[in-house]
Design a protein around this ligand. Sequence first.
Ligand code: 13P
Length: 246
Amino acid sequence: MRKNIVAGNWKMNLSENDAVELAKEVAEIKVENAEIIIFPPAIFIPTISKLGLKLKIGAQNFYPKDKGAFTGEISITQLKDAGVSYVLVGHSERRTILKEDNEFLKDKVNAALEHDVKVVFCCGEELTIREKGTENEFVKSQLVESVFHLNADQLKNVTIAYEPIWAIGTGLTASKEQAEAMHLFIRETIANHYNQEVANSVSILYGGSCNPSNAKELFACPNVDGGLIGGAALKSADFSSIASSF
Ligand code: 13P
């Protein structure tokens, strides 16, 4: 069956010393029923990786080409060399601020999987879309356009993170009913495109103001398999409490 995962997206935060300290503290978290992944700023990945800690390290971003004249960018192979086994693709901040569209995200998904790096694919609607009641169609189109070209075997290396944009960094969390409804919809959509067995094997994480006081009820939802945590991942005590919420 599918894995529970708790992942910390540190975004563009922390000094090197603070990042190293936090990584060491996160590696001490004892949970048996969930995998823990950290996504530090790229510049700290080699240092954290060399600590040899017992945790998975992911990259928040990369460029979907192996090498070449792409000033300022980092390739998947370079990140892999540095110790990365997961990447985030489709985070709403990269979609909105860095203008990454579904077509480009499809290239990123392909580049990561070609190099055996697992993908955490983020999807989620903004508030105006939820107010119109079209969030299901919107999220479905994100999956169809960037993920559903994969075959069932490739999809095994993809985790989905549903992150409603209106809940990211706002303190507003999706209710457990809203989260479960969307996660169930995503699983049904995967089942319709692939089959139920494939759908049952995909971990679907929730992200958006997840914290120690709401993690338990969110993770108790049958189709919520963990969380992608932003702000609360920057404090080891909070992240530990969330990771222990299954
Ligand atoms: P917050 O937990 O700070 O709302 O961020 C969620 C997120 O964007 C994780 O990728």
